[in-house]
Design a protein around this ligand. Structure first.
Ligand code: OGA
Ligand code: NI
Length: 338
């Protein structure tokens, strides 16, 4: 508990245990947040421009594995109230945070620090994190934080809206891939989890990371960036910053969507850098298959070669966890035997 960065960072220099090796630290190179990641106006998706929006989404998923959506239908007040209450969690007094803190990965809702396994990390990430499942809501809400007092009510609304938005985006992706309507509905996208990252101001952002390079193991992810830049995407060997846009949401492809699309869509590696000025709190909504759901490339996208074998999603989760999120090693396990 004493380790939570938000509890001790003030007036400290960067401890040795947070310094990444030279090859993975961000260094002094300032990566400008640029406008390269496509920004897509979802407000146009239901009208005569639908085919164009579908095409824009597909192109973004093929080229970047990332996009931002605006006019996505989640009310501004819901977004603001949610981000405010999520930030508040990390500003609570130590005794309130202690109620939520746990190093037990089996605990449904927990506050933690660093990567998912602090005790086993060589270098710690400059981050605190609160995570919990959001589905089925009636069951899991009982385990959500009781403080801040409005947390459950506000976050339940936010999670419901994010799930709806996720389904809408998946429907557009299905359309773009030529899959039948509802392809990603049901078990493939039934599970959801909210992961709230809090990156306090950092004494030396050039030496450490909020999150190191990774791909998301799920189907699709929706991210509220907070109100600061920090998220970077690896594209053609170069890091590009995802520009923070007011009221926009970032969407990125996870491993399962890459597999189902038989590599037509690629998930991209990304990381989070810190800054020395202000804390950044991001809300990350993971949409993923149920444990027993069978994942495999869609028949109509196989063509001559199916790049992956069929598997139960829980097997993927297990491999991802065991291999510490090393995407290359994990994806290798699911490739089909030639
Ligand atoms: C993640 C992630 C980005 C962010 O949690 O998987 O990529 O901006 N987060 O916090
Ligand atoms: Ni991620």
């Amino acid at each position: 508990m004493a380790q939570l960065v938000s509890s001790w960072y003030q007036n400290k220099t960067l401890p040795e245990s947070y310094i990444f090796p030279p090859e993975t630290r961000p260094g002094d190179l300032i990566v400008p947040a640029c406008k390269t990641i496509p920004v897509i106006d979802l407000g146009k998706a239901e009208g005569q421009n639908r085919a164009d929006i579908v095409r824009q989404i597909l192109t973004a998923c093929e080229e970047y594995g990332f996009l931002q959506v605006v006019n996505h239908g989640i009310p501004e007040e819901v977004m603001k109230a949610s981000m405010d209450v999520l930030k508040e969690v990390f500003e609570m007094p130590a005794e309130d945070k202690a109620m939520l803190y746990s190093e037990d990965p089996k605990r449904s809702c927990r506050l933690l620090t660093g990567g998912a396994r602090y005790a086993r990390e060589k270098v710690h990430h400059w981050r605190d994190n609160l995570r919990h499942p959001c589905h089925p809501l009636q069951d899991c809400i009982k385990h959500w934080p009781e403080k801040p007092i409005r947390y459950r009510e506000i976050v339940a609304t936010f999670a419901t809206e994010l799930k709806k938005l996720g389904s809408r985006i998946l429907e557009l992706v299905a359309e773009g891939l030529g899959l039948e309507s509802g392809y990603f509905g049901d078990k493939l996208s039934e599970s959801t989890k909210l992961s709230v990252n809090h990156y306090p101001p950092c004494p030396d952002p050039s030496l450490t990371l909020g999150l190191s390079k990774h791909c998301d193991p799920n189907l699709i992810t929706i991210v509220h960036q907070g109100d600061e830049n920090g998220l970077q995407v690896l594209n053609s060997g170069e890091w590009i910053g995802v520009e923070f846009l007011q009221n926009a949401l970032v969407v990125n492809i996870g491993h399962q969507l890459q597999i189902i699309s038989n590599n037509k869509l690629k998930c991209s590696e990304h990381r989070v850098v810190t800054n020395s000025r202000v804390a950044r709190t991001s809300a990350v909504f993971f949409i993923y298959p149920t444990d027993n759901c069978i994942v495999e490339p869609a028949k109509s996208l196989i063509g001559d070669t199916s790049h992956y074998r069929a598997f139960e999603f829980k097997e993927f989760k297990h491999e991802y966890f065991t291999n510490n999120g090393n995407s290359e090693v994990v994806m290798e396990r699911f490739k089909s035997q030639a």
